[in-house]
Design a protein around this ligand. Structure first.
Ligand code: GLN
Length: 204
């Protein structure tokens, strides 16, 4: 069974845990560095990125999270979680984890519309996805290796960059688990990991 962690410091933790379980994977709350052991993937939830950052520092999680990113295992940031993953946060001279090749701007849909719902067309997901945005960031620019998966009102709201998936909205606040399933499908099958590296063999 796939084991998927959710950073459990602040924000929409329980909803992500429920969505992972609904997709048939084991859901693991992550509060301490040791909780990252034996995970296949990790979700950073929505909430408040500055509060979450303070707690990451408090629990000594920054280096372990960066080490986790180096293993190449999939990581998914939703809303504030996307801000934590981004290499650049507009208006701030310091990134948080700084691992996903995107630049994000916080609270970028205007204070008048703190939260709204919108049906989205997302690459790789069949049919519209009814998305909930809450004081959402958007992606202002992406690196060359980043694939844009969804644009809403001219703003990038979902992207994938290698092992990293990020979205501006809150898929976990709906009963629609297709985005969690999409993320789980980024976890390599154990059997693939045991096979000899085909690219090495093809060169022989
Ligand atoms: N505005 C929040 C932040 O900057 C993100 C909002 C959310 O996660 N719903 O962290």
């Amino acid at each position: 069974m796939k084991r998927v962690g959710v950073l459990a410091l602040q924000g929409a933790v329980r909803e992500h845990l429920q969505s992972i379980a609904a997709c048939g994977a084991e859901a693991v709350p992550v509060k301490w560095p040791k909780d990252l052991e034996r995970l296949d993937a990790l979700i950073l939830p929505g909430g408040e990125s500055t509060a979450m950052r303070r707690l990451i520092d408090h629990y000594g999680l920054m280096d372990p999270l960066r080490e986790f990113a180096k293993t190449g295992k999939p990581m998914f940031g939703t809303c504030a979680g996307l801000i934590l993953l981004a290499k650049t946060v507009v208006g701030s001279n310091e990134a948080h984890l700084g691992v996903m090749d995107v630049a994000v701007e916080r609270n970028s849909f205007g204070r008048q519309v703190d939260s709204f719902e919108a049906p989205l067309e997302i690459k790789g997901i069949d049919g519209a996805f009814e998305a909930i945005f809450i004081r959402a960031p958007h992606i202002v620019s992406v690196g060359l290796s980043t694939e844009v998966l969804c644009v809403h009102n001219g703003k990038i709201v979902m992207a994938k960059s290698g092992q990293f998936l990020g979205c501006s909205f809150h898929p976990e606040l709906t009963e629609d688990h297709r985005i969690t399933e999409y993320f789980l499908s980024m976890i390599p099958h154990k059997s693939d990991l045991l096979l000899p590296n085909r690219s090495i063999y093809s060169k022989v």
